[in-house]
Write a protein of this length. Structure first.
Length: 623
């Protein structure tokens, strides 16, 4: 019988097969969820990398960041420098679109460690250094070494690159590099049927380019079903000549790869994207993964749709909204792989026609894994393609969609109208790891969202929201009608427009009274690098809850903005410029909206903004 002492004898932990490196590398940044998702950057930028790199004992540690472009086989390397408390920093440039890789390496610099110990001994007057010199000679692979040679700085600089052993390398991290439009741009949304079809939109492109827009976004351009078609103002019964909602996709003429005959042809879309490219514009296409009852997929793939136990199809709902003219796709169907592949073919079909931006409708109602696969697959072959997420849902879900690959995201900006709301919300967007992967697009209005602030405030409210959207976020957008200050709701308490363009054709033209302000803001945005970033936002105290002030700086470019949030009355107060902004005690500013010049100073500065006269200051520091 064995004793309890014998039965409980511990098992020896096995020894490592090779000597582990003494280096430890921790807290790498940028990193998302332990490397599960790639951070985002744009081509032409520098990627800053930080890490804790250290070892036991007193040896000298070195570190570097290795990086590799999407098509490179070999790694390049940039040195990292210590910035205190074993924290290291380095950077590398990215000039190619696609998925880059980077890793952090650390090692013991044997020569530098030996030389540091030798120098300390010399500094305290120690003279018997024959043994130390022999160690140095052995490290350098030479026969002998004098003290004078050992302390020669040139010898040290030549030996710094020697890595004898103890190299530690972290697993490679990925980094998505997009084109600049993923980070910065002005969007204009329009319904082609209100502009004379695709040919009419093409005629409007030069003026849209002159106004400074970068992206022309088109709601769905596909055939529209007739079954359960909605009438004017979302009426359940449509008149014979009612065009229906463009989001009720699919009819006898085709589905997601077809163009509505009243708008033109696929060839017209190709001409539109080509003309836009000549003018430096992008055409963004709506990707709405839903079908009218007349969509070909219902006949060809009935298994892709939701059915109740009695066999009836479920139409789309978002209580209190009901969409009787739309059926959602079932991404949990038995043929989910076939559905995924079909959506991929739709996207690539339009990529082949010159579309490089997709605004995706309600992506939060589809699986995260689907988007990770689809976006990764499309961008693998076409890294210049951009995806905008239209997901007004829970913040963590919106963030997860961005991690899964979406290049930009709609936000809650439309509903943030008070000073407290704006400061709190922007703080959430810039004071966490969100800037590493979540790029906001501040749409001031949409066909679905006419906020009460715009309904009640008239033109001053539109001016205030326009300045805020264009200067707070690098990407912003407006839906046509905004420049006309359209603000009549379908009914009291509703955010829907009366006579909504979603259900009828409107005669549109670029002749609204706000267009000069829009053009000037877009020009200012392009001329001032400070307005092309989000994370550089610094809110300033105003001592008035109706005045919102903030500063943005990029290099030597500093812009101060103050907006009167009150669309009804003049507001005055003090804007406090902090010492940390990096401006002189007194400095000159130019109002970029009016070309007026003022002298401002560190500390308190008086402002007065009056609706109808001046809704905002947009001041660039010039001396």
């Amino acid at each position: 019988m064995s004793t309890s002492r014998e039965s409980s004898a511990p098992t020896q932990r096995p020894l490592p097969r090779t000597r582990p490196p003494r280096i430890r590398i921790e807290r790498i940044w940028p990193e998302l969820d332990g490397g599960a998702f790639p951070p985002k950057r744009t081509a032409g930028s520098e990627v800053d990398v930080w890490a804790d790199v250290f070892a036991d004992g007193h040896d000298v540690v070195r570190a570097a960041v290795r990086y590799r472009s999407p098509h490179a086989r070999r790694w390049s390397e940039a040195p990292m420098e210590p910035i205190g408390n074993d924290r290291w920093h380095g950077s590398f440039p990215v000039d190619e679109l696609g998925r880059w890789q980077f890793t952090v390496v650390g090692w013991i610099d044997r020569f530098a460690s030996w030389r540091s110990e030798l120098q300390r001994k010399v500094d305290v007057g120690q003279t018997d250094l024959a043994g130390e010199l022999s160690e140095g000679a052995a490290l350098l692979g030479i026969g002998s070494l004098t003290l004078e040679e050992a302390l020669d700085p040139e010898l040290a600089s030549g030996a710094l690159s020697k890595r004898e052993d103890e190299i530690a390398v972290t697993p490679a991290r990925e980094l998505v590099v997009d084109r600049e439009r993923a980070r910065f741009g002005a969007w204009y949304e329009l319904f082609p049927r209100s502009w004379g079809g695709l040919a009419g939109v093409e005629k409007a492109l030069p003026e849209l380019a002159r106004l400074g827009f970068d992206v022309v976004y088109l709601p769905p351009i596909h055939p529209i079903g007739r079954t359960h078609r909605k009438g004017k103002n979302n009426a359940l019964v449509a008149a014979e000549d009612d065009p229906g909602s463009p989001w009720a996709i699919g009819g006898l003429e085709g589905g997601h790869t077809a163009v509505h005959p009243a708008l033109g042809t696929v060839r017209d879309l190709e001409r539109l994207t080509a003309k836009a490219a000549e003018l430096g514009l992008d055409v963004a296409l709506d990707l709405a993964l839903q079908c009218s009852p007349d969509h070909p997929w219902l006949r060809e793939h009935p298994e892709w749709f939701f059915r109740r136990p009695d066999g009836t199809l479920k139409y789309a709902e978002n209580p209190p909204k009901r969409y009787q003219d739309i059926y959602n796709l079932n991404f949990d169907s038995e043929d989910w792989q076939g559905l995924w592949q079909a959506v991929r073919e739709v996207v690539l079909h339009w990529v082949g026609r010159g579309v490089r931006i997709f605004r995706v409708d309600n992506p939060h109602t589809k699986p995260f894994a689907f988007w990770e696969w689809l976006i990764g697959d499309v961008q693998g072959a076409h890294p210049d393609v951009i995806f905008l997420s239209e997901a007004f849902t829970r913040p963590k879900v919106m963030a997860m969609l961005a991690k899964a690959g979406f290049s930009q995201s709609y936000t809650y900006f439309t509903w943030k109208n008070t000073k407290w709301e704006l400061r709190q919300y922007l703080g959430e967007l810039i004071e966490s790891d969100l800037p590493e992967f979540f790029r906001p697009n501040f749409f001031a209005n949409t066909p679905d969202i006419l906020h009460a602030y715009l309904q009640e405030g008239g033109r001053p409210a539109f001016e205030a929201r326009l300045v805020l959207a264009a200067t707070l976020s690098p990407s912003y957008g407006i839906y046509s009608g905004f420049e006309h200050c359209e603000n009549v709701p379908a009914r009291p308490g509703s955010e829907e427009y009366l006579d909504s363009e979603k259900y009828e054709v409107r005669a549109r033209a670029l002749d609204g009274p706000l267009l000069p302000l829009i053009a000037r803001l877009n020009e200012i945005r392009r001329e001032n690098a400070a307005l092309q970033r989000l994370e550089n936002l610094l809110f300033l105290e105003t001592e008035n809850d109706e005045l919102l002030a903030y500063a943005k700086s990029e290099g030597t470019n500093t812009v101060l903005v103050c907006v009167n949030l009150d669309a009804q009355a003049a507001q005055e107060g003090i804007v406090v410029v902090p010492v940390g902004l990096g401006v002189p005690p007194a400095f000159g500013v130019r109002d970029l909206l009016t070309d007026e010049r003022f002298t401002w100073r560190i500390g308190r500065n008086y402002v007065k903004l009056e609706p109808g006269v001046r809704q905002a200051h947009l001041l660039r520091v010039e001396s």
